[in-house]
Design a protein around this ligand. Structure first.
Ligand code: XIL
Length: 353
């Protein structure tokens, strides 16, 4: 009796010590907070970034439970010449993920961008292009079969009004390229969840309406489709008010949802006020995902301003990620941690699951 009491006291003290996080102790890693909530927290990364930058590599491994190769799985990287596949860079990202115990999110098999010249200027007819598409998917998804949690099989198939985006695939193959790609991906890696991924589908609107109709009609016709990726390349202060409701309608329809490319850009220079606003935006996105069981995870599109794609594509804008250029955590990182670690009662008070 006395012994078990002593043991219980020791156990309680131990738990108290472990949970009190004494001054100087490392803060909990975002990946662990996320795992405790039943979701993953991921980041995009490039082999060229972590290879030459040990401090970056250390944060990558410590904070994130999932990685998305930022460019290495795109068509121009994996099949730069017809039938000549190249996997060294993608292998490097997958190997680092494995060594850090991270999931891999596959990005992407069919897209209108970052296609090699031989493909875009090959003048291929319908049946040849269709077999090129199927073969590409079978080789790339086949190589990583069993190692990829989910694939963005098709990326950005929609225009803003919800019609299909014109480009090589739609123009030559018609909308059937989407079902073809999904079937080829399922055959190549039966264990991977298959997604359609797009931007400006975070809130309810014509584009997300079209995405929902598409995944429902694909499933109704027996085409393999498991989920949708909402990229979430957001502008400061513009998290859609309907985000949680939008996530919920996809989940209610039987699809999983992931936030796949989150960043929140602002006009440079950043100020403390903008960074505080940005933190609130990151927290709001995390809350929207956490509020819906079936929103499986959240991925930032690289975690430091040092490597963010924003300044090169949106001139004058940047500071979009949760860590600054010197790899110091920004308020957005604290907001993610807070959202991921709210106690059950605090979550109820804030209306979050
Ligand atoms: C971006 C990469 O981050 C850049 O390095 C590259 O130059 C262009 O593509 N939506 C997507 C991603 O689906 O693949 C894009 O990634 C960002 C927008």
């Amino acid at each position: 009796m006395r012994r078990s009491l002593g043991f219980a006291v020791a156990l309680l003290v131990g738990v108290a010590v472990l949970t009190a996080a004494p001054a100087g102790a490392a803060e909990p890693a975002l990946r662990d907070l996320a795992a405790a909530r039943g979701v993953y927290l991921g980041t995009a990364t490039l082999a060229s970034e972590f290879r030459g930058d040990p401090p970056y590599a250390a944060v990558l491994a410590r904070e994130f439970g999932s990685v998305t190769p930022g460019n290495e799985l795109k068509w121009d990287a994996t099949e730069p010449r017809r039938g000549k596949f190249s996997f060294a860079e993608a292998d490097a990202v997958v190997a680092q993920a494995r060594s850090a115990g991270q999931l891999v999110h596959g990005h992407t098999l069919v897209w209108h961008n970052q296609l090699p010249g031989w493909l875009t200027s090959g003048g291929f007819g319908r049946s040849e292009l269709r077999s090129l598409l199927r073969r590409h998917i079978s080789v790339v998804a086949g190589r990583y079969a069993g190692q990829v949690r989910a694939w963005d099989v098709v990326n950005e198939p929609f225009d803003e009004d919800g019609t299909f985006r014109s480009g090589l695939w739609l123009d030559t193959l018609g909308p059937a390229y989407i079902a073809d790609a999904l079937r080829a991906a399922r055959a190549a890696d039966p264990g991977a969840r298959l997604y359609i991924n797009d931007y400006n589908v975070e809130g309810i609107g014509p584009k997300s309406d079209a995405l929902l109709r598409l995944v429902q009609s694909l499933r109704a016709s027996g085409v393999p489709i498991d989920g949708v990726g909402m990229q979430a390349h957001l502008i400061l202060g513009q998290v859609p008010a309907s985000m949680q409701q939008n996530i919920r309608r996809f989940v209610d329809a039987g699809f999983e949802v992931a936030i796949t490319e989150l960043d929140v850009r602002m006009e440079l220079p950043s100020t403390p006020e903008k960074l505080a606003r940005q933190a609130a935006d990151y927290g709001a996105v995390a809350d929207a995902c956490l509020a819906v069981r079936g929103c499986v995870g959240l991925t930032v599109w690289d975690f430091t301003d040092r490597y963010s794609w924003i300044p090169s594509v949106f001139p004058g804008q940047g500071a979009a990620t949760p860590y600054d250029e010197a790899l110091r955590p920004k308020p957005a990182r604290a907001a993610l941690a807070a959202s991921l670690s709210l106690s059950p009662s605090a979550r109820r008070l804030r209306g979050v699951r």
